[in-house]
Design a protein around this ligand. Structure first.
Ligand code: ADP
Ligand code: F6P
Length: 344
């Protein structure tokens, strides 16, 4: 790694929705900084801590044995005031008073907008590390936390399948990701769900209840007795899974059970993929600072560490995998009769 900057002191914070693997990323930042002889401080509670000057010195002993836990040991928060110019000016003054050369922000797209906002008022280098279960940041193949969230959702779907199949029932499992269907598509694919209701699909062609009922009947017709499990991304149906289940029961005589996974998707032991990604990106973030980079996110593309302009991470979009959508809809759970299949 070619070092072009003399860096003495940096800061790190975690912001927005916590994501499994944030602790692993923090550990990597602290260990990499120690390796390069850089002092690290952590602001607690995200941007709120930056405004309140709530910080602590971080040394390797402070991050021993933290990578196996979700959440974030330096705390996270949402701080609405940070959107104001006066808040960014205040934050810049606090960073200057501590003689910081750079700031690493571990968070999602909102946190990166905050980073760009701060960069308009502060001269130091700012590097983002993608930490969100939603997987909705352009410029990286995966975000830290997504692998864990999709594993938790898959495990839940597997469990629901046991009881659903036993009683030939229809179930709706509501997952997180109000703006992005990655958790929905990934868990549906991994658990063999019959249907997905995802933000990207709803935007193009919103599913009607009659089309859904038709699909349920069609799948039941093809498969005979058994269960039908659908994955619903949050905020994609008025009233969510509970309302949809009630509607199917009341209006279509289709008994249906809802299951809301909620914040369970953000807890427990981070998946190996998240720990490894977080470890690599945390070190990469420190090395990007040493290379003089600014206003970029440390990302991973095709197993290569990359840096992507922060603004691109929310202005551009990673699409859902078209091939997975095709397989789910056309091959695994088709609506139309297949003339080639002679058993129908
Ligand atoms: P995430 O980073 O997980 O997407 P949020 O969208 O809640 O979470 O953003 C985290 C924080 O980033 C917000 O509470 C706010 O402090 C800051 N932030 C979000 N959007 C902006 C913005 N447009 N300008 C400045 N700060 C922002
Ligand atoms: O952005 C991560 C996320 O978990 C989203 O999937 C979800 O919509 C949101 O955060 C929930 O936010 P909160 O934890 O504030 O309820």
């Amino acid at each position: 790694m070619s070092v072009s900057k003399n860096i003495q002191r940096i800061a790190v914070l975690t912001s927005g929705g916590d994501a499994p693997g944030m602790n692993a990323a923090l550990r990597a930042v602290v260990l990499a900084a120690d390796h390069y002889g850089i002092e690290v401080i952590a602001f607690r509670h995200g941007y709120q801590g930056l405004l309140d000057n709530e910080y602590t010195l971080m040394q390797p002993k402070d991050v021993q044995h933290v990578l196996q836990y979700s959440g974030t040991i330096i705390k996270s928060a949402r701080c609405h005031r940070f959107k104001e110019d006066s808040a960014a000016v205040e934050a810049a003054a606090n960073l200057n008073a501590l003689a910081l050369d750079a700031l690493i922000i571990i968070g999602g797209d909102g946190s990166f907008r905050g980073a760009e906002h701060l960069a308009n008022h502060w001269q130091g280098q700012i590097i983002g590390v993608p930490g969100t279960i939603d997987n909705d940041l352009y410029g990286t193949d995966a975000t830290i936390g997504y692998a864990t969230a999709v594993t938790i959702a898959m495990d839940a779907l597997d469990k629901i399948r046991d009881t659903a199949d036993a009683m030939d029932r229809v179930f709706i499992v509501e997952v997180m990701g109000r703006h992005a269907g990655f958790i929905g598509l990934g868990s549906a694919m991994a658990a063999g769900a019959e249907r997905m209701i995802l933000p990207e699909l709803q935007k193009d062609k919103p599913l009607t209840i009659s089309a859904l009922v038709k699909h349920i009947h069609r799948v039941q017709e093809i498969r005979g007795e058994g269960s039908y499990v659908m994955v619903l991304s949050e905020h994609q149906w008025p009233g969510g899974a509970v309302a949809l289940a009630e509607q199917l029961d009341a209006e279509y005589d289709l008994p249906c059970r809802p299951c809301l996974l909620g914040h369970i998707q953000r807890g427990g032991a981070p998946a190996p993929a998240d720990r490894i990604l977080a470890s690599e990106l945390g070190v990469h973030a420190v090395e990007l600072i040493l290379q003089g980079k600014h206003r970029v996110m440390a990302g991973m593309r095709a197993n290569q560490c990359v840096d992507v302009p922060l603004r691109d991470t929310w202005e551009k979009k990673n699409p859902l995998a078209a091939n997975l959508l095709r397989i789910q809809h056309e091959i695994f759970n088709p609506v139309k009769k297949n003339p080639r299949r002679n058993t129908q």
